[in-house]
Ligand binder design. Sequence first.
Ligand SMILES: NS(=O)(=O)c1ccc2oc(=S)[nH]c2c1
Ligand SMILES: [Zn+2]
Length: 261
Amino acid sequence: GACASYRLRDGVHPLWQSPLTIPGGSRQSPINIQWSDSLFDPRLEPLEIRYDSATCLHMWNNGYSFLVEFEDSADKSIITGGPLENNYRLKQFHFHWGAVNEWGSEHTVNCKVFPAELHLVHWNSCRYGSFEEALMEENGLAVIGVFLKLGAHHSGLQKLVDALPSIKHKDALVELDDFDPSCLLPSCSDYWTYSGSLTTPPLSESVTWIIKKKPVEMDEDQLEMFRMLLFTPEGEEERRMVDNFRPLQPIMDRTVRSSFP
Ligand SMILES: NS(=O)(=O)c1ccc2oc(=S)[nH]c2c1
Ligand SMILES: [Zn+2]
């Protein structure tokens, strides 16, 4: 690929022991976003994000990442506009990060890797009845990707960081009330968008990706706390939850559009 990638490209992923490339996959994620190859689309509307912090349910370790899940039985926390035809309902958000600060994100920008990446996962509640159904359908999901870089302490993130020790092991869960994920978004509205897939099994090609141009900052202590999580359940030999990102995938016959000139 274009990037001098130190990541595995083919073969078997060390984390999932599953094939890295999907046979017949034509729109896999993540990808490198080459700024010069992206196409400004003036028809792209601003993305509208309306989250209700009261829909926040809990936070848990699913053995790949830690997820914050939301009550999604009504259109209370939704996104719309941007490249989207319909309302998409927030289901969960989670992160991907590295063992060291030199890598960790899934997407890259001009081959630049960030130490972590946030994914806010939404499903098309106008066309499907549930996340599980939308998961397998084209245009079923919309995921907002936000790059994280090391810098200032992130006060909104700290509420999550403080709860990490209680979900150290796989399948541990902790209640979380009144968290508004808007605090994790950059103030700049600029984004790239492209058609892609889930980056963990089942790798379904059902995602409209919306990648924010501006990263948000967190400090080293906060990122170190991510690295204290374990892939493993209680009682098993401990394996630290780090490097839970998928290698870059070929862009194939896709164009990345930008919302900004
Ligand atoms: N990492 S990601 O592409 O945002 C993503 C989002 C939702 C998912 O649900 C399953 S199952 N795997 C998933 C991967
Ligand atoms: Zn993800």
